[in-house]
Design a protein around this ligand. Structure first.
Ligand SMILES: NC(=O)c1ccc[n+]([C@@H]2O[C@H](COP(=O)([O-])OP(=O)(O)OC[C@H]3O[C@@H](n4cnc5c(N)ncnc54)[C@H](O)[C@@H]3O)[C@@H](O)[C@H]2O)c1
Ligand SMILES: O=C(O)CC[C@@H](O)C(=O)O
Length: 528
């Protein structure tokens, strides 16, 4: 059998040698196809390789009757419909490391060009203007670079900025004090970073949580004359808010490699002289293109020749007989992780998962991966799956322990998840009840019984007459219906918790109103 691979964006010819050399693999590089043309062509192919240009839609995937793998030569997979790929059993792989260096170098090039107004000065010269007055820049030395997102690229940028003798303050939900110290940067919250930085650069994926992370409110907290760089994903910085902040004089300049809608040739930000921009060139070097093409080609060859892929983005792979035994627990494991990460504000240092009862005898590693996936999903979005979850956690220095225990608390099966942070530990436990499905049965020291599903409010408060009523009134004022409610307390008049399942999402403003009620210590709204 001969496999056919379609490459629909320009990829480095040197980089695809693993495919060219493989036996029984035919490669076609056909770029600039319209969506309709690709949808028609895909029927004949077993693998599709893309960069960021091709939008791999649900329709294209659905028409790929032979399609087994989609390779993304780069990091971000936001141009691929991952749910559709998973639903159609198509593995998506990416090349997460190959362009890190290039993206970091491009960020530094943008930072320096921005500080010294190089594009503007060059543009003036092309118009035969020898204008030295309008292009006075600022030095980087001694200035503070705020780095939001200290993953592969953010870290490389921080190291390079130190080479420019800048101070670096960074925020990443996985950045611990020890790691920050090792990297020679100071650690702050997003708020602290935006307040102290002279330049701010973002290096997160585009997720629900990072969309418009830099918005009007963030701009008001920044220093006057701050400058921003986005070489990650359009949308992390709110473009409308950025435009206003530049026009008002708050922001002195911005360097953008990425936009919310690409291509962005007509964008109004490009009309501002304070904005410099490149057309998504962060990974556009000979080296990066070769690296990512090699990595992704190897993975395609691996899959088509029956081997395990190295960089899966969406792949569930558990032997069938084991799957039959543990599949019912997948949902519970993920939701326990998701619940716990929502109620844990500090940097997670250690996760321990205890399995008891029926689970004592079975291989539980896939459940552990699913729990970790639930825990990290908030910060990694679609980048995380049950295959790469443990690896990503380890990369962030999180210690993972898996333990079998005979403590069942009377349940036939029990999963208990504990996280440790600098400020202490938190636990949540759940069970699968015959006929009733997943139930959370314990939160820290409180016994509860609730279904981990939908919109949930977790409230920590003082056990006091009227506390429940006040919460109910606030929700009623916002027309938020309470579906179920659980309360638990340690001692009469002591610490207590409320767990409410509500019929619609509780927004930040309502959380603030609830938090301001007397005797309420903390309120977390989450969607499980
Ligand atoms: N311009 C380009 O051509 C180009 C090239 C390569 C990568 N990228 C983009 O750059 C970004 C970073 O890539 P990477 O390889 O460093 O990814 P990475 O996964 O190694 O790092 C991303 C980091 O963001 C952190 N993060 C998640 N949510 C956060 C939040 N709310 N606040 C702060 N940090 C948060 C994660 O913990 C992680 O450490 C991605 O968006 C990627 O698509 C762009
Ligand atoms: O393919 C490209 O050039 C862009 C790649 C980049 O945005 C990525 O996420 O890896």
């Amino acid at each position: 059998m001969t496999y056919r691979v379609l490459i629909s964006d320009p990829l480095s010819e040197d980089g695809i040698y693993p495919l060219r050399e493989a036996e029984k693999i035919e490669v076609d590089m056909i770029t600039d196809l319209t969506a309709a043309q690709l949808q028609e062509k895909i029927v004949d192919y077993d693998a599709l390789l893309v960069r960021s240009q091709t939008k791999v839609t649900r329709e294209i995937i659905a028409n790929g009757k032979r399609l087994k793998i989609i390779g993304r030569a780069g990091v971000g997979v936001d141009n691929i419909d991952l749910d559709a790929a998973t639903a159609h059993g198509v593995i998506v792989v990416n090349a997460p490391d190959g362009n890190t260096n290039s993206a970091a170098e491009h960020t530094m090039a943008m930072l320096m060009a921005l500080a010294r107004k190089i594009p503007q000065a060059y543009h003036a010269l092309l118009q035969k203007k020898w204008d030295r007055k309008s292009h006075v820049g600022v030095e980087l030395k001694g200035k503070t670079l705020g780095v939001i997102g200290m993953g592969r690229i953010g870290r490389e940028v921080a190291l390079r900025a130190k080479g420019q003798r800048m101070k670096v303050m960074a925020y990443d939900p996985f950045l611990t004090d020890d790691k920050a110290e090792q990297l020679g940067v100071s650690r702050g919250t997003v708020e602290e970073v935006v307040q102290v930085a002279d330049f701010i650069t973002v290096h997160t994926p585009l997720l629900k949580e990072t969309k418009h992370l830099i918005n009007t409110e963030a701009f008001t907290k920044m220093k006057d004359g701050v400058q921003l760089i986005n070489c990650a994903r359009g949308g992390i910085i709110d473009e409308e808010a950025l435009y206003e902040a530049i026009v008002s004089g708050k922001v002195a300049g911005a360097a953008l490699d990425v936009f919310e809608e690409e291509p962005a040739t007509d964008h109004k930000l490009l009309e501002l002289p304070q904005v410099i921009a490149t057309p998504h060139l962060g990974a556009s070097t000979v080296e990066a293109q070769e690296n990512v093409a090699i990595d992704v080609s190897h993975d395609v060859v691996r899959l088509l020749t029956g081997d395990l892929v190295k960089n899966p983005v969406n792949m569930p792979s558990v032997p069938k007989d084991l799957m039959n035994k543990i599949e019912p627990y997948f949902y519970l494991a993920e939701k326990l992780g998701l619940f716990l990460t929502n109620v844990t504000d500090d940097v997670i240092e250690e996760i321990t998962i205890y399995y008891a009862g029926e689970l004592y005898e079975v291989e539980v590693a896939p459940l552990t991966r699913n729990t970790i996936k639930g825990m990290l999903k908030r910060h990694f979005g679609d980048h995380i799956n049950d295959v790469n979850a443990a690896y990503l956690a380890e990369q962030r220095g999180i210690v993972i322990n898996e333990q079998k225990t005979s403590t069942t608390r009377g349940f036939t099966n029990l999963i208990t998840v504990e996280v440790k942070t600098k400020s202490g530990s938190k636990t949540v436990a759940g069970t699968l009840l015959n006929g009733l499905g997943a139930r959370v049965v314990r939160v820290n020291n409180y016994s509860v019984d609730f279904k981990p599903q939908g919109n949930v409010l977790f409230i920590h408060h003082k056990d006091q007459p009227g506390a429940i009523g006040k919460v109910g009134s606030v929700l009623a004022e916002q027309a938020i219906n309470i579906a179920t409610m659980q309360v638990g307390r340690a001692d009469v008049g002591g610490d207590a918790i409320m767990l409410l399942r509500v019929d619609k999402a509780v927004n930040e403003a309502d959380v603030a109103v609830l938090t301001a009620l007397p005797d309420i210590y903390g309120v977390t709204a989450m969607n499980l």
